[in-house]
Design a protein around this ligand. Structure first.
Ligand SMILES: Cc1ncc(COP(=O)(O)O)c(C=O)c1O
Length: 423
């Protein structure tokens, strides 16, 4: 039967899929709220009561380090204004293989196995396009990064099969949970998307845990995509361990995703990276890369950055130091208000446990609490529902997308609202 089109959309003369995008935008609602409020943002001189964003995983703590380096890398050669390989210029891929081999992956990689597209989101969307068919399932452990639903479902037509981890175990992922999800799935499962360090928890997985996930994928014969986008933003006691370091070769089924968006604090430059040894995957992506290539200018700029090894070592170390400092300052304020939070060691966020501040354990109460914090404290946290957390009452707090003064002021306001004291 032909689905009737909603009357308000008929006038746009769109396709059904165009109608779907307009009628049901894939962007999570809390992000739209953020863009509605940014113009009223906190300012130390003009708007001390202004809006504080704590819902976007961005790192604005290191612009003072990046700015002079980027300004000094602007001697653009003519070649970057012309067409080149759509998956990245060869010199950029060589530089990336060196950089990632030394700093992230824990072993050398062949530049042939390293390709780039416009952001990790594009890499994930295109990779899943190549390894799964519409209607297939992709396992995603939850709590999860909210954007995976856009990356996997919106255009690829795949379905996320959540692997729900319980709060009582601190949201621990186990192979039993993975087995259970695949065994009970009503649709064929083609892949697991595993984020390490993860988002929204900011948790670093140790070698045994990473290895267990790869072993499991090999045993079950499905692709394992490891999103290591926060691999260099580690500030806790536990060091980062890449999936690539656990095997001399990734084989056909394991793929690593990274991007400049987080670890190099350059989300707006839109450059994501795929490391894969599967020749079929690489060839299929090459066929569609033209629609989401990284601009030649951006590739050139980023190549300059990663090729200066001394500068890069200093940048990564200082970034980690600042992330750790900010995390400690923010959690100290939360502790002073008795607001519970889960321990984190990587990324720009962690989960707050706000269950005790809800009238009842329901998604409605979580939505009401989120709205109250937004209206009264003017702080936007990422609601747990958007991260598909199995239980209501947890919210992600991002601590690096605003100056530290703004974040601390925002956390104070949240504390006062939650304890109902005068602002
Ligand atoms: C785990 C994870 N993967 C992918 C992305 C998307 O990154 P990009 O901006 O490079 O598309 C994000 C962004 O928040 C993320 O947290």
């Amino acid at each position: 039967m032909i689905e009737p089109r909603p009357a308000q959309l008929q006038s746009h003369r769109l396709s059904r899929r165009g109608d779907r995008l307009v009628g049901n935008p894939p962007m999570p609602a809390y992000i739209e709220t953020h863009f509605d409020l940014v113009d009223d943002g906190w300012d130390p001189e003009t708007n001390l009561d202004g809006y504080v964003s704590m819902c976007i995983a961005e790192n604005k703590l290191v612009w003072d380090l990046l700015e002079p380096k980027m300004a000094a890398s602007r001697n653009i050669p003519a070649r970057v204004t012309g067409y080149d390989a759509m998956v990245g210029a060869w010199s950029f891929r060589e530089a990336l293989a060196r950089f990632l081999g030394d700093r992230l992956l824990g072993r050398p990689v062949d530049p042939e196995h390293v390709i780039t597209l416009a952001g990790a989101g594009s890499v994930l969307e295109t990779l899943f396009y190549a390894i799964a068919d519409p209607g297939d399932g992709i396992l995603v452990p939850t709590p999860s990064y909210a954007g995976f639903w856009m990356d996997i479902e919106t255009r690829d037509g795949l379905h996320i099969v959540p692997v729900s981890t319980p709060s009582e175990t601190g949201f621990r992922l186990t192979v039993e949970l993975l087995d259970d999800a695949i065994d009970h799935s009503e649709i064929p499962v083609r892949a697991l998307l595993f984020t390490s360090p993860d988002n929204p928890q900011g948790r670093v997985y140790d070698a045994g845990e990473v290895e267990a996930v790869i072993d499991w994928g090999e045993r079950r014969g499905i692709h394992v995509v490891i999103d290591e986008i926060y691999g260099l933003s580690v500030y806790g006691d536990r060091p980062f361990v890449s999936g690539a370091s656990r095997r001399p070769s990734l084989g056909e089924l394991t793929h690593i995703v990274w991007a400049f968006s987080k670890d190099i604090a350059a989300s707006g430059l839109r450059c994501g990276v795929l490391v894969s040894e599967n020749q079929g995957v690489l060839a299929a992506i090459d066929g569609v890369a033209y629609w989401s290539s990284v601009s030649g200018d951006t590739q050139y700029l980023l190549e300059q950055l990663i090729s200066d090894e001394e500068w890069m070592s200093g940048f990564i170390a200082e970034n980690q130091r600042r992330l750790g400092n900010t995390y400690r300052q923010v959690t100290t304020v939360l502790d002073s208000f008795g607001i519970r939070h889960l321990p984190a060691g990587a990324g720009f966020f962690f989960l707050c446990d706000l269950r005790e501040f809800m009238d009842q354990p329901s998604w409605e109460s979580e939505a009401t609490l989120w709205r109250r914090i937004l209206d009264e404290a003017k702080v936007n946290l990422t609601p747990g529902a958007a991260c598909r957390i199995s239980e209501p009452g947890f919210m992600r707090l991002c601590f690096a997308s605003e100056p530290i003064e703004a974040v601390l002021a925002g956390v104070e306001r949240v504390g006062r609202v939650l304890h109902d004291t005068t602002l």
